[in-house]
Design a protein around this ligand. Structure first.
Ligand code: 5RP
Length: 217
């Protein structure tokens, strides 16, 4: 099976966690499969809270009502993908640039189900360049601070987030203390969000694999 088929398998397996109400929905190619599956049971949910404009558009095209998080209140379920997960379900996210809204919706949800193909499970986070969303005027300052932390930041040129900010992708980090590094980077002036999801990790990880979906908790 190719990687996309494994993503689709994980996305389909996540449908069993949907129990109605308003569902939090993430961003990315794996989530796109989830949105397509969610559309098949849209009559059983009240709607969705979206983590990005691109997911909003896909859900609207399917006729899934998209609601504002402020109106929806706390959510029972958030489903999203990841760029990497360690065995404690601490994640790197933001490959699609939607990390800030993803972290908000994850934080507002009781249960975070992460869906991915099995290649995303790693022992130590950091082989995937760590996305950091930054206020534009702080880009060079934050980049210098990230170098002091041992990383090599690369500006994702030409990319603007849904919040009007820029992304630095930090290469060369071995993230052995995800909670500490998340706090440290979030504390840099000019950083909006770092793509480490360790303070609020996933609760369930569904991995698509050649032998069928594997659930890690
Ligand atoms: C977007 C994300 C995605 O969840 C992450 O990049 C995984 O994407 P994909 O499902 O396409 O592999 O964090 O900001």
């Amino acid at each position: 099976m190719d990687q996309d088929a494994l993503k689709k398998q994980a996305a389909e397996a996540a449908l069993s966690y949907v129990e109605g109400g308003v569902v939090g929905v993430g961003t990315g190619s794996t989530v796109n499969h989830f949105i397509d599956f969610l559309a098949t049971i849209k009559g059983r949910i009240d709607g969705a809270v979206s983590s990005s404009e691109v997911s909003t558009e896909r859900m609207k095209a399917h006729g899934i009502p998209v609601m504002d998080l402020n109106a929806a209140g706390e959510l029972a379920l958030y489903v999203d993908g990841a760029d990497e997960s360690n065995h404690r379900l601490q994640l790197i996210k933001g490959g699609g640039g939607a990390l800030t809204r993803e972290k908000i919706v994850a934080g507002a949800s009781e249960r975070f189900v992460c869906i991915a193909d099995e290649s995303k499970l790693v022992d130590v986070l950091g082989a995937f360049p760590l996305p950091v969303e930054v206020i534009p005027m702080a880009r060079s300052h934050v980049a210098r601070e990230l170098v002091k932390l041992g990383g090599t930041p690369v500006w994702r040129e030409g990319f603007v987030t849904d919040n009007g900010n820029v992304i630095l992708d930090v290469q060369g980090l071995q993230i052995t203390e995800p909670v500490a590094l998340e706090q440290q980077i979030n504390n840099l002036a000019g950083v909006v969000t770092v793509g480490i999801f360790a303070l609020r990790p996933a609760d369930v990880l569904i991995l698509g694999s050649a032998t069928g979906p594997r659930t890690v908790t």
